[in-house]
Structures are given as C-alpha cells and as structure tokens.
Design a protein around this ligand. Structure first.
Ligand code: ATP
Ligand code: MG
Ligand code: FE
Length: 347
C-alpha cells in the first residue's frame, strides 16, 4: 500500500510517501531559522510555519514520488508527543485528507516512528531489538518486540531523569557560543578538537547503577561544562571550544553506548537500533559500531537525514500499521502533546 505520512510535532513540517518499506519521497520544510534567534523553538511561530508549509510540502512530496493524492491508500500522522498547537496542524490536515479521499487515518506515535524509520534504509526491523531513542526531548532505552505497540510491544527499560541528550547538546552549544540547534555544530567542532577534559558520566557509579542501570542524566554534565568554561573565562584565558566540544560529546556518547550495550546484553538481544536527532551524531555512530562489534551485537542507525524529524518516519510506521492489520484511528483522533512512548496503538 501507498502510505502518506505527516509530521508537525516540532519545527519540521514533513510529508513522506512510502510504498511498503520503500521510501518514495521525503519532503521537509523547517522553521528552525525563525527560532534560532530565540535560542529555542517558539511554539506559536512553529504552528504558523506549519500552516504555511503544509500544502506546498504535500505537493512537493507527491511531485517527487510521481503520485497523485488519489493514489494514496492510507494517511498516517504524528498525533503526539510534541507541541500541542504544532501537532494540531498536522492532525487537522491528515483528517481533511482522510475524509476527502475516503482513506483510513492512522495516528502515529512520534517516538516509535523515530525507531520504525530505519526499515526504509535497512529493511524489516529486527524484532525484538533494543532501541535507543535520543532526541531533543527524549532519551530512552526501549525493548521493542512490535513497533506498532501491539501486545506491549514497546517496553521502556530506562530514560533520562533530567535533560534529554539533544537538550544537553543544545545547552552546551549555547555555553560555547555556537548557534541553535547546537547538536550539529558541536559534532562539527568536535571533529577539529581533542578530548582533553574528563567530564562526568552521569549515573554510572556503582551505587547509581543499582537504581538507574538503564537511566540517563545529563544535567550534571551540562553544569560541569558551564563551570569549566566560566573558570576559564574568569582567568581571561581563551576557551578551547573545539576541545570542550570533543570532550563533552565523548562523555555523552560514552554513557549512551555503554548503557545501550548493557541493555542488549541484559535482555539477551543482539540488535541495537538507534534513532532520534542525536543519532545523527558522527561520534555516537562510530562509537556504537566500534564497541558493539566485539560483543556480537549488530547496530542499525538510519542515515542522518532520517534521524531528525521528517514525514517519512511517520509513513514508515503507518505502513507497518497497515501491513500488520492494526485498526485505523477514528476521525476524532486527538493530538496528545504528552503521549507516552508505550502508547503506540492509537484508538
Ligand atoms: P523529540 O523527538 O524528543 O520530540 P525533537 O523532535 O525536537 O524531539 P529531533 O528532531 O528528533 O528532536 O532531534 C533534534 C535534536 O537532535 C536537537 O537537540 C539537535 O541538537 C540534535 N541533533 C541533531 N543533529 C545532531 C548531531 N549531529 N549531533 C548531536 N545532536 C544532534
Ligand atoms: Mg527540529
Ligand atoms: Fe523527534
């Protein structure tokens, strides 16, 4: 079946078209530039940008795929979690399409779709697998036996107890005077730098591991970086931005990879899938690959363009919903800004 996916949970307006597990089009319009001067996403600005970008992005996706809207067999849309007003724009557009075309509507969980998207690049998802979701708003380790959420198919093993990994990248970038969103800038700066500072690895002490084996904490790390930079500035010495970036990035990636591989070992699972915006990080990808090989664990990470928010990921999970015979959503489907990662099957 040909599935159209719509994503508007944050600042990317995404429309994807997928046939089975084949990606036909992935059109994305971003309002990130409009938010940059505020140092974070401004919800009202994002909603307005979605309204303006929705129709042109839909048209661009259809044009790229060489299909007409009438060819579409099902409409999938992110109905949470995310910014309430932003989600509403996508959900309203999807309902209008479903109603107008007489095709089924599928509400899709944004977090699960960060996992499902990998099938567009590497084929059928390995289930069960350990999925590490690392994005701007979330950092979780999941045991995924059914990405559509059926039969408790998504089980959380751990999550961040404070900041998300992407949030840490963005905050540290700010401390270093790098633009928003900071993740890609830190990634780039770190490549020019050397790991010279031993920043703290949150929740890895023996005592913390007893209660938080698969949980993350990045707020102490963020503070440690800020203190280090302030101390430097106080003495009037220049801040070695590239070295701080490399050292910070190493600390984040070290903890993420360590805990993900530990989760795989503890669950007896040989496939690790990494998704979400931070999965675009070059050091994280290399380190996961490097450390997993010796342990006999296979690592799958979608290409960077599919890690950050897009419509193809929504179409990918929608396509699995159709293929696995899940019941479509009703046309009253609500946008749920705080939808939980375990809540994948929409009513
Ligand atoms: P969520 O998925 O939790 O709702 P979101 O949709 O805003 O949040 P994503 O678009 O999945 O998040 O990811 C955005 C985050 O990814 C930002 O914090 C950004 O800095 C980070 N990011 C993007 N590229 C990289 C990179 N190369 N290295 C590190 N972080 C990155
Ligand atoms: Mg974004
Ligand atoms: Fe996301």
């Amino acid at each position: 079946p040909l599935v159209l996916g719509i994503e508007t949970s944050c600042d990317e307006t995404g429309v994807g078209l997928v046939r089975g597990q084949t990606l036909l089009a992935d059109a994305v319009a971003s309002s990130v530039e409009e938010h940059a001067r505020f140092g974070g996403v401004v919800p009202e600005v994002a909603s307005r940008a979605h309204l303006e970008a929705m129709v042109p992005t839909l048209e661009r996706a259809c044009e790229t795929a060489g299909v007409r809207l009438h060819d579409v067999d099902a409409i999938a849309v992110t109905n949470g979690p995310g910014l309430a007003g932003a989600l509403l724009v996508g959900v309203a557009a999807a309902k209008a399409l479903a109603l107008g075309l007489g095709k089924p509507l599928y509400g899709v969980n944004h977090l699960a779709s960060h996992v499902a998207v990998d099938q567009l690049e590497h084929g059928a998802l390995p289930e069960p697998c350990i999925a590490m979701l690392v994005s701007g708003g979330h950092s979780s380790l999941l045991r995924v036996s059914d990405v559509t959420g059926a039969n408790d198919g998504v089980v959380p093993l751990g999550a961040t107890i404070d900041d998300a990994a992407g949030e840490a990248f963005d905050k540290v970038a700010r401390v270093l005077g790098l633009p928003f969103p900071g993740g890609p800038h830190i990634d780039r700066a770190a490549r020019e730098g050397t790991i010279t500072i031993d920043f703290p690895r949150g929740l890895t002490s023996r005592r913390d591991l007893e209660r938080h084996r698969f949980d993350f904490s990045f707020s102490g790390l963020k503070t440690a970086v800020a203190r280090w930079v302030e101390a430097r500035q106080a003495t009037g010495e220049p801040v070695p931005v590239v070295d701080v970036a490399a050292s910070f990035q190493e600390a984040v990636c070290d903890v993420l990879v360590r805990k993900a591989l530990d989760a795989a070992a503890s669950e007896g699972i040989e496939d690790l899938l990494i998704g979400g915006g931070v999965a675009a990080n070059s050091r994280l990808r290399a380190m996961a690959e490097e450390r997993a090989t010796g342990l006999g664990i296979r690592v799958r990470v979608p290409r960077p363009g599919l890690c950050t928010d897009n419509g193809a990921m929504v179409a990918a999970l929608g396509s699995e919903m159709v293929r696995r015979g899940r019941i479509p959503s009703s046309l009253d489907l609500p946008a749920d800004s705080s939808l939980s990662v375990t809540d994948v099957l929409a009513g």
